[in-house]
Design a protein around this ligand. Structure first.
Ligand code: G3I
Length: 342
C-alpha cells in the first residue's frame, strides 16, 4: 500500500515538465505578464538566450529595436528587421508584446534634429512615423509606450526636441495617432523615478486627468524601476501611487526593472537583491491593476547597467551564464505562494 501511495502521489510530480516551474508557467496562473527587454540581434545569434526566454517569459519588449532612430534612420527609410525578429519570436512562443517607444527625447536621429522644420511639417512627420510603426504591429501589440520620459523629476514638462517644437500637443497627438494606428493596443505613458508619490508622479497623475478631460486615450502608466538593490523605492508609497492610478482606471506595468549591485558582489548583496525583486513582485501581484512585471534584459551577460553606472552591475535575475540567481528564486517563491487572482 505504501508503494502504491508513493507511485500515485509522487511519480506525477517527477513527470511534470520543467515549464511548470518557470516564471511564465506560474505567472499564467495569476494573469500576470512576466517579461524581459530583448535585442533582435541576440535572438538571432544566441540559442541559449532564445531558450531561456521561451521557457521563462510570456511577454517581450524591444530594448532598443523599436526606437525612433532604429526604425526610421533616414527621413524616407524605415527598417524593421530586428523589430520584426522580436515580434515574430513573441508570436511563435505565444508571448505578449510591448512596444517601446514611439516618442522619446532620446533616440532622435540626426536627420530629424538637423532639419529646418516648417510649421506643421514636423507634426505631420511624427504622425506618419507613429502610423507606420504602430500600424506595422497592429493587432499584435499588447501595449505601446507611446511617450517615454516627458516630465522632469520636478514635475515640469521636459524641454525636449519635441516639446520645443510642438509644445504639449506632441504628447496629446501621439496618443491620438497611436490609437488610430492600432485601436486594440493599450496606450502607456512610461517614466523613471515616478513609482512613489513625488512631484513627478503627481505631474503624471495630473497629466492622466488632463488627457481624460480632453478625451485623449490612455490606458496605463509604466514604472521603469532601474534601482539600486540596496535602496529601492518605498513599497508603501508605490502602493498608494498604484491605487490612485487605479482610481483613474489606469493599468500599471513595471516596465524596466533592474536592481544593480556595487561590484565586486558578495553573497549578502545577492540576497538583498532577491529581497528587492521579491517585494516588487509581491506588490505588483497584490494590486489588481498591476498587470505586467518586466526586467530590462534578463541575463547579466548583456545588461546596459555596467556601461551606464560605473562600478555597478549584476542587476538581473540570471547571471552571465544564464544561471538563475537568488532574485530569480525569490520571484518563483512569490509566484508559488501567492493566491490566484484574475
Ligand atoms: O549598436 C551600437 C553598436 O553598433 C556600437 O558599436 C556601440 C558603440 O557604443 O553602440 C551600440 O549602440 C548602443 C545601444 O545601446 C546598444 O547597445 C548605443 O550606443 C547606446 O546608446 C544604447 O543605449 C540604450 C539606451 O536606452 C539609449 O537608447 C540602452 O541599450 C538601453 O538599455 C536604454 O534603455 C532605456 C530605455 O529605452 C528607457 N528607459 C531607460 C533605459 C536605460 O537607459
Amino acid at each position: 500500500v505504501y508503494i502504491r501511495f508513493i507511485i500515485l502521489f509522487f511519480v506525477p510530480f517527477l513527470t511534470l515538465p520543467i515549464h511548470a516551474v518557470s516564471l511564465r508557467g506560474l505567472a499564467e496562473q495569476h494573469t500576470l505578464w512576466v517579461g524581459a527587454a530583448v535585442s533582435g540581434f541576440r535572438l538571432k545569434h544566441d540559442a541559449e538566450y532564445r531558450s531561456v526566454l521561451a521557457r521563462e517569459y510570456n511577454m517581450l519588449v524591444a530594448e532598443n529595436d523599436m526606437k525612433f532612430h532604429r526604425t526610421h534612420p533616414k527621413e524616407d527609410t524605415y527598417t524593421f528587421v530586428n523589430a520584426d525578429a522580436i515580434a515574430n519570436f513573441a508570436q511563435k512562443q505565444g508571448m505578449k508584446l510591448r512596444g517601446h517607444t514611439l516618442v522619446w527625447h532620446r533616440a532622435v536621429p540626426d536627420w530629424l534634429e538637423e532639419k529646418e522644420w516648417k510649421a506643421g511639417e514636423l507634426s505631420e512627420m511624427l504622425r506618419e512615423h507613429i502610423l507606420k510603426v504602430a500600424g506595422r504591429y497592429k493587432g499584435q501589440m499588447h501595449a505601446w509606450d507611446v511617450v517615454n520620459e516627458a516630465m522632469t523629476n520636478q514635475g515640469e514638462w521636459r524641454d525636449s526636441f519635441w516639446y520645443k517644437h510642438l509644445g504639449k500637443d506632441y504628447l496629446f497627438n501621439a496618443f491620438r495617432w497611436a490609437k488610430q494606428a492600432d485601436p486594440e493596443a493599450k496606450l502607456f505613458y512610461n517614466d523613471y523615478s515616478a513609482a512613489v508619490l513625488n512631484k513627478k508622479s503627481d505631474a503624471i497623475y495630473d497629466l492622466v486627468k488632463e488627457m481624460q478631460g480632453k478625451g485623449i486615450p490612455i490606458d496605463g502608466i509604466g514604472f521603469q524601476l532601474h534601482v539600486k538593490a540596496a535602496k529601492y523605492p518605498n513599497i508603501a508609497s508605490m502602493r498608494k501611487n498604484i491605487r490612485r492610478l487605479a482610481a483613474l482606471g489606469m493599468e500599471v506595468h513595471f516596465t524596466e526593472i533592474d536592481a544593480r549591485l556595487k561590484l565586486p558582489t558578495t553573497k549578502e548583496q545577492f540576497e538583498q537583491q532577491a529581497r528587492c525583486y521579491r517585494e516588487l513582485l509581491e506588490l505588483c501581484l497584490s494590486e489588481p491593476n498591476c498587470k505586467a512585471f518586466l526586467t530590462w534584459g534578463f541575463t547579466d551577460r548583456y545588461s546596459w547597467v555596467y556601461k551606464h553606472f560605473e562600478g555597478y552591475g549584476d542587476a538581473l535575475p540570471f547571471d552571465k551564464n544564464y544561471e538563475p540567481k537568488p532574485a530569480y528564486h525569490a520571484m518563483i517563491d512569490v509566484l508559488r505562494g501567492a493566491s490566484g487572482r484574475n
